[in-house]
Write a protein that binds this ligand. Structure first.
Ligand SMILES: NC(=O)c1ccc[n+]([C@@H]2O[C@H](COP(=O)([O-])OP(=O)(O)OC[C@H]3O[C@@H](n4cnc5c(N)ncnc54)[C@H](OP(=O)(O)O)[C@@H]3O)[C@@H](O)[C@H]2O)c1
Length: 238
């Protein structure tokens, strides 16, 4: 049985790889990133992928199939909030097409392309979960502050896409769970520019967040499929 982490090179990706290896020691752990990872965990299989588009994901699926392993679960950390050209918008005047499209592509399109590619690897009885890290700010009901249009909108789209896939997969893969998990504000490059406003006790280390996420994954049941979960295991409103 194998568990695959996509986006294994990020702050949460590195810690989740470590935490998953500890918890699911009997499973083969495969860490996939666009860049070679130097901070390695003993016993984990590391592999690079050019990007998370269909062509390269297909090539990865073929490579995985040749291993002859059953896919137990997938954890994807793929996501972005800012880069050199993109920063969360405070107001409508800050919006532009390029940034909106970029965030929708990384936060919603790529995770769904990963799920689509992995579908052919799912075993109806033995495959257990597809987990994508999402964000509470993508909850429409929970949006009281506004701002961060592209990030909020793309995570809300992600949540809807995951829920839709959960409904479809429930018909064919009865014990499989598709879930989105909110990790909480974690000290990674993604949250760096926004940490000043976060109280110390609300900024979590990647190791702590990874431990909490793994606990949520361990507790997932088929009836949870389609849900958005807080790092403490509670269900969040969409
Ligand atoms: N940190 C927080 O406070 C926080 C809070 C709420 C939600 N989250 C969510 O948690 C997840 C992990 O975040 P993190 O804090 O670990 O951030 P991170 O260190 O920036 O890692 C993000 C991952 O996403 C992939 N990625 C980023 N930009 C990409 C692009 N342009 N194209 C393709 N892949 C890209 C990278 O994969 P590679 O390994 O291939 O480079 C990277 O590993 C994200 O989905 C984020 O939205 C984080």
């Amino acid at each position: 049985m194998a568990i695959v982490v996509f986006g294994a090179g990020g702050g949460l990706g590195l810690s989740l790889t470590k935490a998953l290896k500890q918890k699911f020691n009997d499973s083969t752990l495969i860490a996939v990133s666009r860049h070679p990872i130097t901070e390695r965990v003993a016993g984990v299989h590391y592999t690079t992928i050019e990007d998370y588009t269909s062509t390269h994901l297909h090539a990865w699926v073929n490579e995985f199939s040749e291993r002859g392993e059953v896919l137990e679960g997938v954890v994807s950390t793929i996501g972005m909030l800012h880069d050199d050209d993109t920063f969360p918008e405070k107001q409508l005047d800050d919006l532009n097409e390029a940034n909106l499209s970029k965030l929708f592509s990384v936060n919603a399109v790529m995770p769904l392309m990963i799920l689509k590619a992995c579908k052919s690897l799912l075993d109806k009885k033995q495959s257990r979960f597809f987990v994508q890290l999402s964000a509470k700010v993508g909850s429409i009901e929970d949006n009281y502050l506004g701002g961060w249009y592209s990030y909020r909108g793309s995570k809300a789209a992600l949540n809807m896409l995951l829920k839709t896939a959960a409904i479809e997969l429930k018909r064919s893969h009865k014990s499989f769970v598709v879930a989105a998990i909110h990790p909480g504000t974690t000290d990674t490059q993604l949250s760096k520019p926004f940490q000043k406003r976060v109280p110390d006790d609300k900024l979590y280390s990647p190791a702590l967040s990874a431990e909490r996420i793994v606990k949520v994954i361990e507790g997932l049941k088929p009836e949870d499929s389609g849900g958005l979960f807080h790092w403490n295991g509670e269900r969040l409103p969409y």
